[in-house]
Design a protein around this ligand. Structure first.
Ligand code: AMP
Ligand code: MG
Length: 414
């Protein structure tokens, strides 16, 4: 937990990595859980291991349509075997395959007793009750072994797994109808600023419509959080204090935007010092330099900057993983970045990490990335046009066209 010093001092130039580590260090997952039907587990986090009650697949079975044979019968030359029956998926052959015999078998059908090898149909020649098998077969080929996907008693999915399509399918493949998942995270959020207007009424001079509550609503909904949208709060101490108190009592996490830049921050900072333990960080990041982080009561607080792009950058670089950690996701998803050739020169001062918005494309000679429109921190259209962040690390001192840069794709992130 960042300690509050009460003096309004701003901790300067924390790097992105330092701030992320400091945040993640303070977090423990919610403990509540519930048992839900498999389909309701989509997007939820497992609260206990899912253990395989039996082998998957349950029996050795054929990976191909063909003939089940005994490897010992196969010779250096062609052999002819007697076809004594058929095994279908769900309708096993009840007899055994004896010496010199074969059973016609379909994909997924249990391997009949006596057989140990599958010869694919395409290479065989059928003639009445006889089948000719060419040379060159390998003992044990084209078989799926019982338990090769999951062995009975093994951990199929670990506690802390975030359930997606593969996980739901895997749970169903075990015949399990309900799983234990952590309770949803409750997140309260509001915008601050006298100039911020909610949609649905005309703008007065000097006002701007609130967009941050809509980006945050969307991002939080995608994470499956329970939301408490508290609207726009004016820059007025009593109103802000009441909002912080209500939010921190109702939610696990409070996210605000605006009011943390120099000039505005002072009274918010004093108030937060009084209400909880909150640090103001001046981060070595662009956009999104000022940010407040800490705790009010039992709730975790993120005071994000006001500029719409800065809100999204700080949300994706700090808040999202913190929310995943609180949801109980473990381990946190890998932050996958790629190298791409920048089609444009990019100006950059060393010392801070910059997140530009870019368009990543696959060209014949590899990945390229192009900055997506104007890069001002208030220009939300750049986020909409882009499909990745261009990540310029602290020590980067500018990019020439053709240089390799790091990109973080939005796909899977936003
Ligand atoms: P602040 O951090 O409060 O100084 O705000 C920085 C800039 O972001 C100002 O231009 C604000 O008008 C703008 N801004 C703050 N909050 C919002 C919001 N919720 N929606 C759109 N713009 C905002
Ligand atoms: Mg403001």
């Amino acid at each position: 937990m960042p300690s509050s010093n009460g003096s309004g001092e701003v901790r300067n130039h924390l790097t992105v990595a330092e701030a992320r580590a400091a945040i993640l260090d303070t977090l423990t997952p919610v403990t509540g859980w519930e048992r839900v039907a498999v389909r309701a587990a989509l997007g939820r986090v497992l609260a206990e291991d899912v253990v395989a009650p039996y082998n998957v697949p349950a029996h050795d079975n054929s990976a191909m349509d063909g003939y089940a044979v005994r490897a010992a019968d196969l010779a250096a030359g062609e052999v002819t075997l007697a076809v004594v029956g058929t095994a279908y998926a769900g309708h096993p052959f009840s007899g055994a395959v004896g010496a010199g015999q074969a059973v016609r078998i379909m994909t997924g059908a249990a391997i009949p007793a006596g057989a140990d090898t599958i010869v694919v149909q395409e290479v065989t020649q059928r003639d009445g009750d006889q089948v000719r098998i060419p040379p060159g077969q390998r003992a044990g080929q084209n078989l799926r072994r019982a338990g090769e996907d999951l062995a009975a008693g093994g951990v199929a999915l670990a506690c802390g797994t975030l359930c997606g399509p593969a996980e739901l399918g895997l749970i169903a493949s075990l015949g399990i109808a309900e799983v234990a998942v952590r309770r949803r995270l409750r997140v309260a959020f509001f915008s601050t600023g006298d100039e911020i207007a909610s949609i649905g009424r005309p703008l007065s001079p000097g006002e701007v419509y609130d967009s941050n509550r809509y980006t945050l609503y969307s991002a939080l909904t995608r994470l499956g959080c329970e939301l408490l949208d508290m609207g726009v709060i004016e820059d007025q101490p009593e109103a802000l204090e009441a909002a912080f108190r209500a939010a921190s009592q109702a939610a696990d996490v409070v996210i605000t935007s605006g009011g943390v830049s120099v000039g505005e921050a002072d009274f918010i900072r004093q108030m937060m010092d009084r209400l909880g333990e909150v640090a103001f960080w001046k981060l070595a990041i662009k956009p999104g330099r000022p940010m407040a982080y800490g705790r009010i009561g039992n709730a975790c607080l993120f005071g994000l900057p006001g500029n719409p792009v800065a809100v999204m950058v700080t949300y994706y670089q700090f808040v999202r993983d913190a929310l995943l950690a609180l949801m109980g996701v473990s381990p946190l998803p890998e932050n996958l970045m790629f190298e791409a050739r920048s089609t444009a020169a990019l100006r950059k001062q060393p010392g801070r990490r910059e997140f530009l918005r870019g368009t990543l494309q696959r060209q014949a000679d590899g990945l390229t990335v192009t900055p997506a429109g104007a890069q001002g921190s208030g220009i939300l259209r750049s986020m909409s046009e882009a499909n990745c962040f261009i990540v310029l690390p602290e020590d980067n001192a500018g990019v020439a066209a053709g240089d390799l840069v790091l990109v973080q794709p939005f796909d899977g992130l936003v």
